[in-house]
Design a protein around this ligand. Structure first.
Ligand SMILES: Nc1nc2c(ncn2[C@@H]2O[C@H](COP(=O)(O)OP(=O)(O)OP(=O)(O)O)[C@@H](O)[C@H]2O)c(=O)[nH]1
Ligand SMILES: [Mg+2]
Length: 490
């Protein structure tokens, strides 16, 4: 069977023939090229929600400037490539290379006399394995002081025309804020074939600040994230909510031996002494000269780890759970929630990248076909329609979106099974069937066959409501897909 990506590519070839020699030819070319590029993930959220910090954690390097700096107000793309390069796209005129330097504290780009308002985007090419998996787009905070700046992030994610430059979004929220939900609503309009909760993941960011740095902070953060993820409004717009202490995650990924050495001095004191030290910033920076750390070093530690991070590190080092810098980094990546976020990204975005990419490409194509009709465009539009309405992965997205918006009712256990079967928690066979990740092939086949039977009965049962029986037919296809894949492997 032809893959969704191949069908999409073929449709673009036909579209290219229709628009050859017109101003839309290049746009179509570029959109088609996206199908072979890494998935584009935008990082969005309110001002200072920790977007740039989290981006750095995901890349594993301090690239995006955090806190101050005029560049935090410009949409900035981070792409993998062979060379280090920064291209500046002015609002007026062609793109041009920009000079940049790299301080310990992130990349500094010289805007060449332009003000941030005059810059539409920065494209940063940086050889990086993480960026080979996904191109990351750092966006200015929504609800920032300047309306102009918010507008830009808005344009990028919720532009009125159908085309969205990003295939998926990580949406950072610090607390549930009415404005956050409004924003997400606009990004996901309600028509079923349009954006779905499937392409947005919520992050409860700066999670370490929730419990004012207490040791059980991350546990509280998990509870809050779970509650958020279960909220009716939030469910409609993001797939799930993962708590992440981005700062600690970033530091884990860029930890230095010097820092570990300094933390060891703190960990060498008793637990009670460390607690006393962490009572206030002033105490931490100025008391206990016997630690042999300058106040500058202490301020730096606070900025890199936060109170929660310092407490965790001194515990880990004291109990020698972590002895070396790389062991400590590994522990911190787990504690910070970065590992969890990575695995959620993998199952919800990366393993589904072909569908997400096809979806954004087809939406972009559809918008050109509608707004620029010409000879032959109608046939291509019909083809787009056919793919969107018949391709099984899109049907799964549609059902998922319907479940999420409350459009499919039933016993909660049945709905939960359906949601998993169609890939709501990830598209691997084990996740779909709610089996252990290392489930044996025979176990998978058996579970898939049983599920197939159950859903066939539901689809055929005259008492099943219409919406559920439509969804059941999609679930049947999903089961058949699992069985066929198992068969092919044998
Ligand atoms: N304690 C703590 N501080 C954080 C965390 N993430 C970010 N910060 C701090 O919050 C401030 C803002 O972080 P940024 O990453 O620049 O946030 P942003 O969302 O990119 O900000 P804008 O681009 O200006 O909207 C910085 O001082 C970070 O050090 C976190 O997980 N925990
Ligand atoms: Mg930022």
């Amino acid at each position: 069977m032809t893959s969704l990506l191949d069908r999409t590519r073929a449709t673009f070839v036909r579209a290219a023939a229709v628009y050859r020699g017109t101003p839309y030819a290049r746009m179509l070319d570029e959109t088609a090229a996206r199908l072979d590029e890494p998935l584009r993930v935008a990082i969005a959220g309110r001002v200072k929600s920790g977007k740039s910090t989290l981006l750095n954690a995901l890349v594993g390097e301090r690239l995006a400037p955090t806190d101050a700096g005029e560049c935090t107000r410009i949409v900035t793309w981070y792409l993998d490539g062979h060379t280090y390069q920064v291209m500046l796209h002015p609002r007026q005129g062609p793109p041009m290379p920009a000079r940049f330097s790299r301080e310990a504290d992130a990349l500094e780009v010289d805007l060449g006399g332009l003000s941030p308002q005059d810059v539409s985007e920065l494209m940063i090419t940086w050889p990086s394995r993480a960026l080979r998996t996904a191109t990351l787009i750092d966006t200015p905070g929504i609800g920032s002081l300047s309306e102009r700046v918010s507008q830009r992030a808005w344009d990028l994610l919720a532009s009125d025309d159908e085309e969205t430059p990003a295939d998926a979004v990580l949406y950072l929220m610090r607390h549930l804020h009415v404005g956050d939900v409004e924003f997400l609503r606009a990004f996901h309009d309600t028509e079923v074939s349009r954006p779905n909760p499937i392409n947005a993941i919520g992050v409860l960011s700066r999670a370490d600040e929730i419990g004012v740095g207490r040791a059980d902070t991350m546990r509280s953060a998990h509870t809050i994230a779970e509650r958020l993820a279960g909220d009716e409004v939030v469910r409609r717009v993001v797939q799930t909510v993962v708590p992440v202490a981005g700062l600690l995650a970033e530091t884990a990924m860029t930890l230095t031996e010097d820092e570990v050495g300094q933390l060891r001095r703190i960990a060498g004191r008793s637990a009670a002494e460390v607690e006393g030290l962490l009572l206030s910033v002033d105490r931490f920076v100025n008391s206990m000269p016997e630690l042999g750390l300058t106040s500058l070093e202490r301020e730096r530690l606070l900025a890199r780890f936060g109170v929660f991070g310092i407490r965790q590190c001194s515990m880990l080092l004291r109990r020698t759970v972590a002895g070396t810098a790389s062991e400590l980094a590994r522990e911190l990546a787990a504690i910070s929630g970065l590992d969890d976020l990575r695995s959620v990204l993998r199952s919800l975005f990366y393993e589904r990248r072909d569908v997400l990419k096809s979806r954004s490409a087809l939406l972009a194509l559809d918008s050109i076909l509608r707004s620029q009709p010409r000879q032959g465009s109608q046939a291509v539009a019909a083809e787009v329609e056919e793919i969107i309405s018949s391709a099984h992965p899109f049907n799964e997205l549609r059902v998922l979106s319907a479940i999420r918006s409350g459009g499919i009712q039933g016993k909660s256990e049945v709905i939960a099974e359906l949601e998993h079967l169609i890939g709501g928690a990830g598209t691997s066979a084990a996740l779909r069937l709610r089996l252990a990740p290392d489930a044996a092939a025979a176990e998978i086949t058996e579970a898939a066959a049983a599920a197939l039977l159950r859903w066939q009965r539901r689809a055929e049962n005259p008492l099943t409501r219409h919406e559920l029986s439509t969804a059941a037919r999609v679930a049947i296809r999903s089961c058949e897909g699992i069985l066929a894949a198992g068969h092919a492997r044998r």
